[in-house]
Write a protein that binds this ligand. Structure first.
Ligand code: BG6
Length: 478
């Protein structure tokens, strides 16, 4: 579809940027914060790039005023950040830690002072370690109540000023990496357990959404899903079917539950035949049907091209964590699909496909299938940045990346997609969970690396000024 003229971005469009507590805050035990599963996982030798962890990260906990002032200077309209559950409840439940509440209150107030809409993510992977130890975290139904209680505390304390909320960040990623690939905590590799933990997370998500309505009746809430639309590798019907399989298993498996309250049929049957389907208890499906989101939040980074996979048993992809381009390996499930390298698109140094049009396709698919508004909660480029003389960083590649994706957003708006906003990943540079500090995403360079915290100086990159002008022009200059 080629449009002769493009619609403008809506007047109240949320030009935003995003972050996550563990990746920026530091202060890992400051002001009575309890440990999270990431505090201990990153200390296990060999788990992260050069053994990096978030003990200090970019020390946003002690620099938040400066960081928010920079957002204000940029003219940012929205800032998405996550709350560390174990700052609020150091043990996951029980006594509220008022010092944790105070930190986020101060952050929210500071944002509002600068006319920035706060968007809260209640869970961005840093589960209180106490709950992992006590009952196995997401593998126990006990978490449904504890998560709901934690969320209700947040709604009650912050809901007067915060109206835009995200429940679980990338449930598909933290569950598959945590229980199938074993690369995230708790480091399990077991399909059956993965589907079961995922079902419990679905229930927790639905319950938290249901509770939200009675606390923040004028607010909006939804999950952030890591959506990578599936493409057929070729037009061979077997390739098209493989892509259908992938879309069903890697995308609809989650989004259908969020939006329809039911699992997609073909995937359910496949899992049931193999004894892998999750256990459904009385009342589960009713709860899932009741906890519908107001919008779909998506984190968009790449698409995937799929081919039939009749031959070999392929496991997860060997991931590139050092930024040495060209290490893509095929991955997939025997009998269902195999992910191939899409030769029509370029990749980042970490071998992630760069596919701006895929974002338009993602937005269109969500609009057609679910009929919900969409909030882009993450999109951005992880790259090596060079700090040049005179404290300048010329990240033209980042500008090109974001610009090309925003153009596709505008096309999608013209197609009829209701797009609420766009958050880049990320505002400042931060800790990439498994890739250290060298994989930078921010508009603000943080002067630190894997070996040294240096002075944690904040330096504006070229992209900072560029995004500022995009916001000023409400995207008309794109
Ligand atoms: C998303 C996460 O998966 O992608 C972020 O929500 C993460 O927390 C981002 O940092 C980029 O991933 P990575 O692996 O490059 O840090």
């Amino acid at each position: 579809m080629i449009h002769t003229t493009l619609d403008s971005f809506p007047e109240n469009f949320l030009w935003g940027s995003a972050s996550a507590a563990y990746q920026i805050e530091g202060g890992w035990d400051q002001d009575a914060k309890g440990p999270s599963v990431w505090d201990s996982f990153t200390k296990i030798p060999g788990k992260t790039f050069k053994g990096t962890n978030g003990d200090v990260a970019v020390d946003h906990y002690n620099h938040f005023k400066l960081d928010v002032a920079l957002m204000g200077e940029m003219g940012l309209k929205a800032y998405r950040f996550s709350i560390a559950w174990s700052r609020i409840y150091p043990e996951g439940r029980g006594e509220i830690n008022e010092q944790g509440i105070a930190f986020y209150n101060n952050l929210i107030n500071e944002l509002i002072k600068h006319n920035i809409t706060p968007i809260i993510t209640v869970y961005h992977w840093d589960l209180p370690e106490a709950l992992q130890k006590e009952y196995g975290g997401w593998e126990s139904r006990n978490i449904i109540e504890d998560f709901n209680n934690y969320c209700m505390t947040l709604y009650e304390r912050f809901g007067d000023r915060v109206k835009d909320w995200i429940t679980l960040n990338e449930q598909n990623i933290f569950i598959s990496h945590g229980y199938l690939e074993g690369s995230h905590p708790p480091g399990v590799q077991d399909k059956k357990r993965m589907y079961q933990a995922n079902h419990i997370a679905n229930l927790a998500n639905a319950k938290a959404i249901k509770s939200f309505k009675s606390y923040v009746s004028d607010g909006k809430i939804g999950p952030s899903f890591a959506y990578g639309p599936a493409y057929p590798y070729s037009s061979h019907p077997e390739s098209v079917l493989a892509a259908e399989n992938a879309e069903e298993f890697v995308n609809h498996w989650w989004m259908d539950i969020y939006c329809f309250g039911k699992y997609p049929e073909a995937a359910w049957r496949y899992l049931e035949e193999r004894g892998l389907a999750p256990e459904i208890k009385e009342g589960d499906m009713e709860l899932l049907a009741e906890g519908k989101p107001d919008f779909m939040g998506i984190n968009y980074y790449q698409t995937g091209a799929y081919e039939k996979n009749a031959d070999g048993v392929l496991k997860g992809a060997k991931e590139n964590h050092d930024g040495k381009k060209g290490n893509f390996t095929e991955s997939g499930v025997k009998g269902l699909y195999k992910r191939k390298r899409n030769t029509y698109v370029d990749t980042t140094n970490w071998d992630w496909e760069i596919d701006p049009m895929g974002l338009r396709i993602a937005l269109r698919r969500i609009t057609s299938r679910y009929g919900l508004p969409v909030l882009i909660t993450e999109n951005g480029l992880g790259a090596f940045d060079e700090l040049e003389k005179g404290d300048s960083i010329n990240d033209d590649y980042r500008i090109a990346y974001i610009e090309s994706h925003l153009r596709q957003c505008r096309e999608a708006i013209t197609d009829g997609v209701e797009l609420l906003g766009y958050c880049t990943w990320s505002f400042t540079d931060l800790l990439s969970w498994l890739n250290g500090y060298q994989k930078r995403y921010g508009f603000i360079y943080i002067n630190r690396d894997e070996d040294s915290e240096k002075d944690l100086r904040r330096i504006k990159k070229k992209s900072f000024y560029w995004y500022k002008s995009v916001i000023e022009n409400n995207g008309e200059n794109l």
